[in-house]
Write a protein that binds this ligand. Structure first.
Ligand SMILES: [Zn+2]
Length: 297
């Protein structure tokens, strides 16, 4: 597992030289200079000190090894490709056309209930991708119909049609994955930071970007489902999408492009009575995983 930071700052600032002196390679654009650095970089502590000194925006993400992903029993799905907007995009008009908003709170973004097909401007320009996420809609995935057929259908995942916005006709090269199962239990979020809405008093967690995704409080049987919890900040809220290891293997063996994954911490001993030795081992395993995934940012 590698935690990677993406940093950007004004290209005219003189701190660029300080980063370069620490062995960082900058990409300089018209306005911004950008670099990515791993926490395993020999000068990471000095780089981090400069980030703090100048209060620079720093977006962390985690990349896992093939082995870490393959050993996980549940994985969080993350978008690898965002493309297009739900239509109509003017004034978020898609919300009224796509969702029942009875339970929706515009202050925190919680409470959408999909009742109609999504609409897109046109057929997606897939290129070499097979899965896409629309901007603004962070808990739905759209795939090529043949990918749904070959990869997802046998795991009980249904598909939903997608419409061409102008005409209301079916689009032929895209379907939505119907992910309407919620997790059988909550996540064990521990002391993860969250916000409580001042208007509706519901809570959501900040998006999870560092390390392993949290464990569920009980065993999950579905192959594709959403967390009960909401994640996001400000007026945006979404569920995270989780898949089983066997669906993960299906996706990777079919070389499906356009998604990434983060393994969830697994409770190996669910459903069994533990001996004292197993209990000690479980606590040691969990501590090791937690320590690896919760270094301070
Ligand atoms: Zn609210």
């Amino acid at each position: 597992m590698q935690i990677i930071h993406r940093v950007s700052f004004n290209r005219d600032s003189d701190i660029g030289q300080r980063f370069e002196d620490l062995g960082v390679e900058l990409t300089v654009g018209d306005i911004l200079a950008v670099f990515e650095v791993m926490e395993s970089h020999p000068h990471w502590p000095a780089i981090q000190a400069i980030l703090k000194e100048y209060d620079l925006p720093d977006l962390a993400r985690t990349e896992f090894t093939k082995d870490e992903l393959e050993k996980s029993h549940l994985l969080m799905m993350r978008p690898g490709w965002l493309s297009g907007y739900p239509m109509p995009d003017m004034d978020f008009g898609y919300r009224h056309m796509t969702y029942d908003l009875t339970d929706y709170c515009s202050h925190c973004g919680i409470g959408f209930l999909q009742t109609a097909p999504f609409r897109m401007r046109s057929e997606p320009k897939w290129g070499n991708h097979h899965v896409l996420m629309l901007n603004w809609v962070f808990d739905e995935y759209f795939v090529r119909p043949e990918v749904w057929e070959r990869v997802f259908r046998k795991y009980g995942v249904q598909s939903l049609p997608v419409l061409k916005h102008k005409t209301g006709q079916l689009l032929e090269t895209v379907v939505q994955l119907k992910i309407d199962t919620l997790a059988a239990s909550p996540l064990k979020m521990g002391d993860a930071p969250y916000e409580t809405c001042l208007v509706c008093h519901r809570t959501k967690f900040l998006p999870h970007r560092r390390g392993y995704f949290p464990a569920f409080a009980a065993k999950q049987d579905a192959d594709m489902f959403k967390t009960r919890e909401y994640f996001g900040s400000g007026a945006s809220a979404h569920h995270e999408v989780i898949i089983s290891s066997r669906l993960f293997r299906e996706i990777t063996s079919n070389r499906v492009k356009g998604v990434q994954f983060a393994p969830s911490i697994f409770r190996r001993y669910w459903g069994q009575s533990e001996s004292a030795g197993q209990s000690r081992q479980r606590v040691a395993d969990e501590r090791a995983v937690q320590e690896r995934s919760s270094e301070p940012s």
